[in-house]
Design a protein around this ligand. Structure first.
Ligand SMILES: Nc1ncnc2c1ncn2[C@@H]1O[C@H](COP(=O)(O)OP(=O)(O)OP(=O)(O)O)[C@@H](O)[C@H]1O
Length: 585
């Protein structure tokens, strides 16, 4: 809805005269000296104005300022399509305006700056930035200083930058240090770096609330600080799934304008221990084996995943297990409804109302309504037992450049549920068909050996007697794994300090044997009895786990995937509350 007109005058861009109008919500300019039919209007939402500067200013690739009395420059978000990605790329648009007088120039810049404050209440002022200098191609520092810092400076954001010197430094900082005055935390790196920040912020929030995060029955408190991701890793899946592109400038612009995307988080427990948090994949069987295998070939770089995928596929394994799950309300959505969770998703918005029933303004979501956070009432658990090629739980579509629709194309980012995908033992060619469908638009769930369920919690256990089998004949391998510093890998950016205490110590030895048996299978070509869990790219030290989905536990500086086609479809609908979830082909 447009508010009252705020400012209108003639302005010049180059030697052309324009009629410029600033309403509460939009800055528009229309060429004045053209016939009505030929007039084109450029309209920029105030919420997407990045900054307003006096004079004729450029920012990228280098800052230059021509300080003139009658000019001002407006920076704003421009969108373009990228052939290789599903979402839209954002870049910095710039228009230099000339006014007839300095007084009018000052009026424009003051009005625009006031409009920005009024209409973008979630814009950050101060950010804590962690850069992993070793993530991906080791370009984190360069990416931040050349592409991101100039944009933050333009937007008036001050940042405290920490270049990490060791794994888990960001997590430990967030758990222990004073965070007063920060609006958000930015990680420059890949999914591992994001995971560190996720664990640190969730842990800190629960500490301050006096909640015991290890207890799976406890309803965790949402984090008050937003997380921004500047992609600079070798795997940037969380960024891809929440922004739609892997592009540091797009991500920086989402941070600057204070976009806010809630995200569900899955807590993974073993007995009374919190093992890890996950946002994308908790996978047993194929995905666990591929990760375990790839750890042996780190020297190959990202190619190790292709290599390990082939090795594991050829070893043709399935695993026995008991899966119990708590289904989500089928009336709200379904993993097979062929919709996509896109920016402004209606299912997620309705979930916000359900999870935080007394909140009307998302900006105040975490400040004043903690006590209103309500848990869905428990339903009936369902139990299945058999042999599985893989068991996967995902809180989001987990789309990535290789699998543009992801593991579960209709999963939602913030509806308080996860999707449980069960792939029963099947012929190798049928399993290959399932895997191949992830790279195309064919429905990977439309296969007789695949089940998918929308769930709130999942429990996985081994059939009686399996543990015995696991522990046979693995003494040698245990030693080999210790040499490979497996223990370090597991705890590298894993659970909080307080989690891995006595229970872990006692059980870890047994569980290492489980992992050993996997690696044993791969080296000795003997089929192991159990697989391992791959939790967002880390191997879990336990086989029997309990997973619970926590609705909208964190917020990212993102807005979900913007899709041009979807926006066009929706703009043709008259209903104000239309769904932004479109049908995919
Ligand atoms: N200074 C550092 N030295 C070593 N490791 C670090 C450092 N800073 C962060 N890490 C760790 O590096 C791991 C990988 O980082 P990141 O996700 O940024 O890059 P990546 O290339 O995508 O990694 P990967 O593909 O191996 O997950 C993270 O788990 C993080 O804990």
């Amino acid at each position: 809805m447009e508010t009252d007109l705020r400012l209108e005058s003639s302005l010049w861009i180059g030697n052309k005269r324009y009629r410029a109008v600033l309403t509460g919500w939009h800055l528009k300019w229309t060429e004045a000296d053209k016939k009505n039919g030929d007039k084109k209007t450029v309209s920029v939402p105030v919420a997407e104005v990045v900054g307003v500067e006096n004079g004729r200013v450029e920012i990228l690739p280098q800052k230059s300022v021509e300080d003139t009395d009658k000019d001002f420059t407006v920076f704003y978000i421009k969108r373009s399509r990228s052939r290789s990605t599903y979402g839209l790329l954002w870049s910095l648009g710039r228009t230099q305006f000339s006014c007839p007088s300095r007084v009018l120039r000052d009026q424009w810049t003051n009005h625009l700056r006031t409009a920005l404050k009024t209409h973008s209440p979630l814009r950050p002022h101060r950010l804590l930035v962690f850069i992993n200098p070793f993530g991906g191609k080791k370009k984190g520092r360069e990416i931040y200083h050349s592409l991101v810092a100039p944009l933050f400076e333009l937007a008036g954001i001050s940042s405290h930058v920490i270049v990490t010197e060791r794994a888990n430094q960001a997590r430990d900082h967030l758990l222990k240090k004073d965070l007063t005055g920060f609006d958000g935390v930015v990680c420059v790196g890949g999914d591992g770096m994001f995971s560190e920040v996720l664990h640190g912020l969730i842990g800190r929030t629960q500490q301050e609330a006096g909640l015991c995060e290890t207890d799976p029955a406890v309803t965790l408190q949402p984090c008050p600080l937003h997380i921004g991701i500047i992609p600079a890793g070798s795997t940037d899946c969380v960024c891809y799934a929440t922004v739609g592109v892997i592009d540091p400038v797009s991500s920086a612009l989402h941070i600057i304008i204070g976009d806010s995307q809630p995200l569900d988080v899955c807590s993974v427990h073993h007995a009374s221990t919190l093992v890890r948090y996950s946002v994308s994949l908790v996978g047993y069987g194929f995905y666990g084996d591929v990760l375990a295998e790839s750890e042996k070939h780190r020297w190959m770089g990202p190619l190790r995943y292709d290599y390990s995928g082939t090795v594991v596929y050829l070893s043709n394994r399935s695993y026995a297990g008991i899966v119990q799950y708590l289904p989500a309300d089928p009336l709200l959505s379904s993993p097979k409804d062929k919709t996509r969770c896109l920016s402004g998703c209606n299912v997620c918005s309705r979930s916000t109302e359900r999870l935080f029933p007394h909140t009307s303004d998302s900006g105040s979501l975490y400040s004043s309504h903690f006590s209103q956070y309500s848990n869905d009432s428990e339903g009936e658990w369902v139990s299945v037992e058999g042999r599985f090629r893989c068991v996967s739980i995902t809180c989001m579509s987990s789309s990535c450049a290789r699998s543009p629709l992801g593991l579960s194309p209709s999963a939602h980012l913030a509806d308080g549920t996860g999707d449980l995908i069960l792939v029963w033992d099947t012929h190798p060619l049928s399993f290959l068909k399932f895997l191949y469908r992830h790279t195309s638009t064919q429905d990977q769930f439309d296969l007789p050996f695949v089940e998918v369920h929308r769930v709130k919690a999942v429990r996985f256990s081994l059939p009686d007697g399996r543990e015995e089998e696991v522990h046979e004949g693995i003494g040698e391998l245990n030693r080999a794994i210790e040499e490979r510093e497996y223990v370090d890998t597991v705890s590298r950016n894993g659970s909080q300090q307080q989690l891995a205490q006595s229970v872990v110590e006692r059980e870890t030895m047994n569980e290492h044997k489980t992992v050993a048996s996997i690696l044993c299978g791969l080296c000795c070509k003997k089929t192991p009895a159990v697989s391992v869990w791959n939790c967002d790219g880390e191997i879990l030290p336990f086989t029997e786990i309990f997973c619970r989905i926590h609705g909208q536990l964190v917020r990212l500086y993102a807005r979900g995937i913007e899709d041009g086609a979807a926006m066009q479809n929706c703009s043709q609908e008259s209903d104000k509350n239309k769904s932004r979830c479109i049908t995919y082909k």
